[in-house]
Each structure stands twice: as structure tokens, then as C-alpha cells.
Design a protein around this ligand. Structure first.
Ligand code: SAT
Ligand code: MN
Length: 593
């Protein structure tokens, strides 16, 4: 047993429900010792020291990157695995056609069998965490039991961890139970299983972020979406940001893009010179929990407390606030390690190092064929490091949302921006969203697949009922947000991006906000309301000619005919559960075309 850990984690919680569940898990997994995490600084230092001692983390150059550490995961364990992810409900229909379903009884037996004795000689960490600001009616408690120090240290950054969570829990039995066992990381024994009827998650055989940090996708999206449907709120794969105009007017928007489509960059956007005096504040970069408030508006909190961001492509131009956020107290996973104890990745500001170790620990030089950093390599950084963290991120009431934005990665077909005619049309836009697959999930990259509301891998129940829930939410709000669709990734005939993206997305955001506030023009098309050249701020972008703008916004009927047929594939898959409003929206679109 590590000396470094001998003085911490001695004080078990007093909550009887939590105590008995921890005892049950310990009896099953047979750890050598239990550590109850309290979230203190002293504990943090001891955990990092132990992680370094055990080779789980490498301490980076503390002068250049204070409080920063480096982790290499097993090369077969670098992304979410959707084919090993299950929703285990008594009735298969509750998981629906887009999820893997397993019968909860036999699946539990199998998982408990795998977990039995799996922590022998190891430490079981009890990680209580609070999702959302303390004191918020929208916040929820989870407890993760894990034998991974890497998971503990990431959870400490990603959520409000330790005492604060136990205080929020009190003697209640209302918390998410998450059991995580590394096992031997054999992909054949990798299962990420959700039991929404019990508010429980069991994840075995993977140490990777989305599979193992159970507060994130497992609880805050899959389980929370289930809870939200029952309780009248929404758990969405959305960033939340606030735009402040030069005269101090603040407007909050939430946006759903699939993994690796730039949510973190958009959430931390820095307005370009043209927008002097404008500020973009980050509330969250990945997940939004939203509920109608007493004022009739939709209020959102970011349940998380950190950013689990994609490293490659992150630099001072694409995301200066992320670069500032990762200068301290950050864990880097599967990036390249330089000889001076700092890190590098493809698309970093620094030129490729003459030599370094790649994400697998192999020597790498600029002549190497393989990438130095894994395409899904990540940073885990506390949100308090973000210089533009919205003060409202800690507001228990959340922020009122004026616009919801859907977007995907589409090289063609889909215009830069358009606005839905109304709420149910907006739900249709979200429901039919498509995007090219990325390295965030194991499997082929670059194929367009339907990813409704960017929730295909994260909706914890039947997708058709999820659409119904979206439609029903309209009735709970006096002032529903306006709904928009964006696509930063459209290309011209030569494959060149038509839109510069990043900070220039501020121009799109400006139009969206002005639409919400009734001060920007638009013209009606078959797809929705679109900005005309004169409605859109194009000053200071010499490459953006009226012809190019037209190309960006073009609606090509042939492409849309194909698009609708592709959308039908998803609709046919869930036809039995599809709300009729969405079928009508499809008919109306076809008629308009
Ligand atoms: O790995 S995570 O699932 O946490 C990140 C993502 O894919 O969105
Ligand atoms: Mn995500």
C-alpha cells in the first residue's frame, strides 16, 4: 500500500444508503482498502503523488505547466465505444431502436461476475460529486466507485467533487450510483451499462473519458435524459454561452453539435476585431440541463465544472481561452510528450518538435508517418481557469436561454445558418440533424450519419419519445427559445471550407441574437428563415463576396432530395414511435421544395 495515500480518505460518509451501497460494492470487488474522497487540496496532492508513483501519470514540467500531468491510455482504449454501451430497461421498447438494449437482470449478473474480486490488492475510491452549482434545484448528486486513480483525478476536475456533494446529498437516497472497474482493459470485457430505472451505471473494462468518467455522458446525459423526461426538464448535449454587447446586454444561447464538431471552441469564442466591445462568456462546453423557470423562459445550468476538450487543432487562433485554461492544473491524455516535459499535438501553436514521444510512448520525429497525438487526445481542465468563465455559471437559477442552435459537420447540402419557423419545426431540424463521424467514437471517420440533437449516442431512452418530450416542452414555456441550424463546415467544389469559422462565427451568432431580439431581417425559404447579404455582418471579411455568401447559403434541390431520403432512414427506424408532428414537418418540407 502506497505511503502517500496512508493518511487520506479515512472518514466514511454517514448517509446510510451510500454506506450500505459502498459496503455492497466492496464485498463484491474485494479491494485492499477504501478511500473516501473529500475533494480537499491535501487529498489532491496525495492522489497525484500516488498516480505518479504508480506510473498512471507523468508529472509535466512544473515551471512551465504548474499542476499539470500527462496520461497515456491503453492503445485500444482511446474513445467511446458505442457498440459496448447499453441501456438496460425492463422493457426493450423503453430503450428504443437507436440504443443497444440488454435485459437488466442477466446483464447485471454478468457485470457483477466480471466485477467480483476485481479490486483485490487495489484501492476502491468513493467519489461523491455534485453535477451543477451548489444550491440549484437543477443540480444532482452522483457517487462513482472506481479503482482508477486517473478517473478520480479527472472527476475531481470535471465535477464538484467531495464534501460539497455529500453536503448536497444529506441523508437522501436520491443519487446516481456508478460502479466502475478497470478489469484488465480487455475490449472483450468492455461494457458501459445504464440502468435508468435504478438511477445506476455499471462500467467495466475501459478507462477512457466518456466510458469511465461516469458523471459525464453516463449520468449527465443518458440517465439524466431519462430523469428529465419524467420530471419535465431536459438533459442535452449542448454548450451554453452568453454574448454581451458593448452596451452590456447579455443573451444566452445553447448549441448542440456532435462530439468533435467544435462545441468547446464555440463556447469559448473570442469575437474578432470587427466586434470590438463584444464579449462571449462560457457557461459550459458540453452538457446543458434545462428547465422552464417561473419567468416562463427556459433556464440552463452546466452540470460540469471542467472541460474534457479535444487537444488536436487547439491553438491560440482557434481557441485562445482554451489555451489559457490549460496552462495549469490540467491532465493531458494521449497527446505527445516533449523532452522538456511539456506537451504537443497536431495543430499546436508551436512547430512540431524535432523529437518527442508520441501518444503510445514511441519516439516520434516530424518525419514519422503516424500522428504524434491521438486524434481524440484530450485535456481535462477546470473551468475556473477560463478567463471568460461566465459568473452565471455558478448561479443556482441557471441562465435564461434565448436561442437553441443545432449543427453538424456537413461538407455540402446544409447552409451556414437558418432559423426554424417555429418550435416544432425547430424540433424537426434537431431530429433530422446529420453529421460526419469523428474520432470521438471508435469506428470509421467522415461518414454522414443521423445524429438527432447530437444525442444519438447519449439519449438514455426511446428516441421517438425523446422527440415527443421535446415537442411537449413547448407547452411548459411562455417564452420558448428560437431555434436555429448552423453548419461551419461547408466546402466548395475544390474541397476548401467556405466559411472561416472560429472567431468569425461571431457574425452568425450576432444574427441569431438580433433575430431573437427582433432586430435583424431574414427571408423565408423552403428550409427556414435565412439572412440576406444585407442582414448579415460581412464587414472586414474581404474573401466573403456576395457570390461566396450565396454559395454558403445555397439550397440545392437535388442535394435536398437526397438529404430527405437519408433523413427517412432514421425516421423509418423509429417510425412506430415518431410523433406525427415530425411526419407533418417532413411533408411540409417536401411540399416547399
Ligand atoms: O469522451 S467523451 O464522451 O467524454 C467526449 C465526447 O465524445 O463528447
Ligand atoms: Mn460531448
Amino acid at each position: 500500500m502506497s505511503q502517500t495515500l496512508s493518511s487520506i480518505g479515512l472518514q466514511p460518509a454517514t448517509n446510510p444508503h451510500l454506506l450500505s451501497w459502498v459496503q455492497e460494492c466492496a464485498a463484491l470487488t474485494q479491494p485492499e482498502r477504501i478511500i473516501w474522497c473529500d475533494g480537499s487540496q491535501e487529498e489532491c496532492e496525495a492522489l497525484y503523488a500516488a498516480a505518479v508513483e504508480q506510473g498512471v501519470l507523468i508529472r509535466l514540467n512544473q515551471e512551465k505547466l504548474p499542476g499539470c500531468y500527462y496520461h497515456r491510455s491503453h492503445p485500444s482504449d482511446v474513445a467511446r465505444v458505442e457498440q459496448c454501451t447499453y441501456i438496460c430497461t425492463s422493457a426493450e421498447v423503453d430503450a428504443g431502436p437507436t440504443n443497444n438494449w440488454a435485459d437488466p437482470g442477466p446483464m447485471r449478473e454478468k457485470l457483477l461476475g466480471l466485477a467480483r474480486g476485481s479490486m483485490r490488492g487495489r484501492i476502491l475510491y468513493v467519489v461523491p460529486y455534485l453535477m451543477g452549482p451548489p444550491g440549484s434545484p437543477l443540480s444532482r448528486v452522483g457517487v462513482e466507485i472506481t479503482d482508477s486513480l486517473y478517473v478520480v483525478l479527472n472527476m475531481r476536475i470535471m465535477a464538484r467533487m467531495g464534501r460539497v456533494a455529500l453536503e448536497a446529498l444529506g441523508d437522501s437516497n436520491d443519487f446516481n450510483r456508478g460502479l466502475h472497474c478497470l478489469l484488465n482493459l480487455d475490449p472483450a470485457n468492455r461494457f458501459i451499462c445504464h440502468f435508468p430505472e435504478r438511477n445506476e451505471v455499471i462500467s467495466v473494462g475501459s478507462g477512457y473519458g466518456g466510458n469511465a468518467l461516469l458523471g459525464k455522458k453516463c449520468f449527465a446525459l443518458r440517465i439524466a435524459s431519462w430523469l428529465g423526461r419524467q420530471e419535465g426538464w431536459m438533459a442535452e448535449h449542448m454548450l451554453i454561452l452568453g454574448v454581451e454587447s458593448p452596451d452590456g446586454e447579455k443573451t444566452f444561447v445553447a448549441a448542440a453539435f456532435p462530439s468533435q464538431c467544435g462545441k468547446t471552441n464555440f463556447a469559448m469564442m473570442v469575437p474578432p476585431a470587427r466586434f470590438a466591445g463584444w464579449k462571449v462568456w462560457t457557461v459550459g462546453d458540453d452538457i446543458a440541463w434545462m428547465k422552464p423557470g417561473p419567468d416562463g423562459r427556459l433556464h440552463a445550468i452546466n452540470p460540469e465544472a471542467g472541460y474534457f476538450g479535444v487537444a488536436p487543432g487547439t491553438n491560440a487562433r482557434t481557441n485562445p481561452n482554451a489555451m489559457r485554461s490549460i496552462q495549469r492544473d490540467t491532465i493531458f491524455t494521449n497527446v505527445a510528450l516533449k523532452p522538456d516535459g511539456t506537451v504537443w499535438w497536431e495543430g499546436h501553436d508551436d512547430p512540431p518538435p524535432a523529437e518527442c514521444l508520441d501518444w503510445k510512448g514511441q519516439p516520434w520525429t516530424p518525419g514519422s508517418k503516424e500522428k504524434a497525438a491521438h486524434p481524440n487526445s484530450r485535456f481535462t481542465a477546470p473551468m475556473r481557469n477560463n478567463p471568460m468563465l461566465a459568473p452565471e455559471a455558478e448561479d443556482p437559477r441557471g441562465v435564461p436561454i434565448d436561442a437553441l442552435i443545432f449543427g453538424g459537420r456537413r461538407p455540402n447540402t446544409v447552409p451556414l445558418v437558418f432559423q426554424a419557423f417555429h418550435w416544432s419545426h425547430g424540433v424537426f431540424l434537431g431530429a433530422t440533424m446529420g453529421s460526419e463521424t469523428t474520432a470521438a467514437a471508435a469506428g470509421a471517420v467522415g461518414q454522414v450519419r443521423r445524429d438527432p440533437m447530437a444525442m444519438l449516442p447519449f439519449c438514455g431512452y426511446n428516441m421517438g419519445r425523446y422527440f415527443r418530450h421535446w415537442l411537449d416542452m413547448r407547452k411548459r414555456m411562455k417564452y420558448p427559445p428560437r431555434i436555429f441550424h448552423v453548419n461551419w463546415f461547408r466546402r466548395d467544389g475544390n474541397g476548401t471550407f467556405l466559411w472561416p469559422g472560429y472567431g468569425e462565427n461571431m457574425r452568425v451568432l450576432r444574427w441569431i441574437i438580433d433575430r431573437c431580439r427582433g432586430r435583424a431581417g431574414a427571408c423565408e425559404t423552403a428550409l427556414g428563415w435565412v439572412p440576406r447579404w444585407e442582414d448579415f455582418d460581412t464587414a472586414g471579411l474581404p474573401d466573403l463576396t456576395p457570390a461566396r455568401f450565396e454559395e454558403l447559403q445555397a439550397m440545392n434541390p437535388d442535394e435536398w432530395r437526397r438529404e430527405i431520403l437519408q433523413q427517412d432512414e432514421l425516421f423509418m427506424n423509429i417510425y412506430q414511435f415518431l410523433p406525427k408532428e415530425l411526419i407533418f414537418q417532413r411533408e411540409l418540407l417536401v411540399a416547399r421544395l
